[in-house]
Design a protein around this ligand. Sequence first.
Ligand SMILES: Cc1ncc(COP(=O)(O)O)c(C=O)c1O
Length: 422
Amino acid sequence: MRSSAMRDLMEITARPEVISLAGGLPDTSTFPPESFAAQMTRIAQESSAEALQYGPTEGFARTKDVICEVMGAEGMHPEVEDVLVTTGGQQALDLVAKTLLDPGDVVVAEGPTYPGAVPVFCSYEADTRQVSIDAEGMRIDALLETLDALEREGRRPKFIYSVPTFQNPGGVTMSLQRRRRLVEIARERELLILEDNPYGMLRYEGDPLPSLYALDGGDYVLYTGTFSKILSPGIRVGWLCAPPPVMEKVVLGKQAADLCTSTLTQYFVGEFFAEGRWREYIADVAAIYRQRRDAMLDALERFFPEEATWSRPQGGLFVWATLPDYIDTTDLLAKALRENVAFVPGEAAFVGGLGKTSMRLNFSAQTEDEIREGVRRIGRVIGEQLDLYRTITGEHRIPPAAPEAGPAGDVLPLRRAGRRRT
Ligand SMILES: Cc1ncc(COP(=O)(O)O)c(C=O)c1O
């Protein structure tokens, strides 16, 4: 078992004086309380007994219809029988791992990968091999190298886990060419992919790209989605799409885990979508997050040192920043917390110790002013580290962040956009 860095941090970051750029929290204050009250009242008046009862393990047909509608908006058209309602997307990851992995089995994931997936793979004792990413997502050349190396060891991964769109934590999106190639590789080598897509609908610029699931048609790609970032994480409703042979076993795994996903919150999902304004709501929150992203990118230009690099996400909730390689972001976090600001150290996104010079910064949960102030404080702590380095070494030229090759280069080297120092 391994703890989730984000969960550990939540206790500290819940303190009101802390500006947390650590969590992946959507801003639930954007949801109108009067709509929430009206929807829950309707449920109480019209469906009280059913909403308070157990439900089917697979989830309600009405929830699945909503899921098909949401996936349809992103160009995917699963069969209703291929959909399982889960207790958040997190449970979908857990159930797939529980179903497919025996101790020692190989999972291939991006490096960095979703920090919440690391404890899942560890708890099923997977041998997780991470493939580096760049501004176009998972590097296919590195993937092929990993797959070939595994083949030479006589091993096959049980699945390839990917967050191709607005990746958590990298903030990058896999290009269309790489998506096509990845799906092709899965078919050629008969490998399963688990595509995790919580953020696809939170796009702030650029054109949507087809999901891996859409490109593949659901033969080799399992897909997980969630209402957490487009409605509420508190309701704990997500889903998994998988072909029947996998789904059969996953359903048994879910029966053992929790019998069924909350009926009450599935009813809430049903009511919310029945109002037919869900696209407007997502457009509203996306407009807010776009401004917050811009505030964060501006603040990084202003307050982070020349030597730092970071991603420029077109959507989602995160920026991934990389510092000079003598700064350990886990140590830096301790210093940042003394300044009442938090981020997720990059190490949390790796299984085997990489990522020490990187950090994940969230821009959805704080106001623009708080984001600016948070980044300013982190920038100041980094500045102190740089000064210390200069004093100790007598060097005035600081080595730049993440060279193109070498171990640090595995941690998403991104060229910095033109600087605007004010
Ligand atoms: C990539 C990714 N997958 C899965 C999850 C889990 O989300 P939930 O369980 O709230 O649906 C998250 C949450 O942040 C995530 O970023």
